[in-house]
Design a protein around this ligand. Structure first.
Ligand code: 3HC
Length: 293
């Protein structure tokens, strides 16, 4: 019998985690939203408030539904509050040891039949899974930024993921109004494997002063109909996240397309991580994440 998801946990309330928590809550699911650091918890809560406010002002959500959505999310610094969740999605930064530590801790907190999911963009889900006591219940559930808006989820099935686990997660993604695809455990899965070579190429064109940032972005927006140009998109994704994704893909595939352009690392070191810090390839009035422009 398939699982009925009435309560889920989200660990990590950065750009992605806050958006993912909002998506679950918008679809009538109780959410336990966890950040161990109280300041980050407050920031994450602020992201959700701002985003739902925007959804109301855009006519996507009635005020009473926005209030109900917010009431469905319990913000906490305690991971143990996920004890009765049927699914927990981790959305912490792209560091494998951190992700393993979170899933291993959750292993002892949730029920035996609960599912543990990672929102990793490129790290090996199998490696994260085998750090837990029961790798069969670990799956990748990869949302796209901004999670509240993008209608796509990659469900990553490892060689050891149980069939019922990935089938239930896929059905859940459907229920959330997302188009799910099932993909194997290869760095970048489908979308990032295709996207990041292009983004990295745009950065190297910018770095070599081949074209200005505005012209590079205009080429893809107006010439190819993309909703955003590559440098603006990198600012949205976050240059720190982009660097980690490229680096992981490069180490796994050794494709030069994915060798991170040096300026990405330099900008990350300088704190120019994109919208989340207020400055990346472009400058923003105020740090804004995961808000849509
Ligand atoms: N909840 C629900 N809907 C919302 C919302 C919210 N909080 N905020 C905005 N929206 C809706 C708006 O009402 C609008 O809907 P409409 O088209 O029906 O009117 C739509 O979302 C777009 O919002 P905006 O008009 O405010 O913004 P733009 O039209 O400028 O679009 C964008 C912004 C959606 C970010 C668009 O530029 C875009 O699609 N960019 C590309 C994003 C992308 O490629 N993401 C993937 C990145 S890769 C990734 O995430 C993988 C990871 O591993 C790194």
């Amino acid at each position: 019998m398939s699982r009925e998801f009435t309560k889920v946990g989200v660990v990590g309330l950065g750009t992605m985690g806050a958006g993912i928590a909002e998506v679950f809550a918008r679809n009538g699911i109780e959410v336990v939203a966890v950040e161990v650091d109280p300041d980050a918890l407050e920031r994450g809560q602020g992201f959700v408030t701002k985003s739902t406010g925007r959804a109301v002002s855009r006519g996507k959500l009635a005020q009473e539904d926005a209030d109900a959505l917010q009431a469905r999310i319990r913000f906490t610094t305690e991971m143990s509050d996920c004890a009765d969740c049927q699914l927990v999605v981790e959305a912490v930064p792209e560091r494998i040891e951190l992700k393993k530590a979170i899933l291993t801790a959750l292993d002892d907190i949730v029920a035996d039949d609960a599912i543990l999911a990672t929102n990793t963009s490129s790290l090996p889900v199998t490696e994260i899974a085998v750090a837990t006591k029961d790798p069969k219940r670990v799956v990748g559930m990869h949302f796209f930024n901004p999670a509240q808006v993008m209608q796509f989820v990659e469900v990553i099935k490892t060689v050891i993921t149980a069939d019922d686990v990935f089938a239930d997660v896929k059905a859940l993604a459907d229920r959330l109004g997302k188009q799910p695809v099932v993909v194997g455990d290869k760095a970048g899965f489908i979308a990032n494997a295709l996207l990041f070579g292009y983004l990295n190429h745009a950065v190297s064109m910018y770095e070599s002063k081949y074209a200005s940032r505005e012209d590079l972005d205009a080429a893809m927006r107006f010439g190819c109909g993309y909703p955003m140009g590559p440098l603006a998109l990198l600012d949205l994704i976050g240059l720190d996240t982009a660097y980690e994704i490229l680096d992981t893909m490069y180490k796994q595939g050794r494709d030069r397309l994915h060798a991170p352009s040096p300026i990405i690392k330099q900008m990350v070191s300088a704190g120019l991580t994109g919208r989340k810090s207020g400055r990346g390839f472009y400058t923003y009035a105020a740090p804004s994440s995961p808000e849509v422009v």
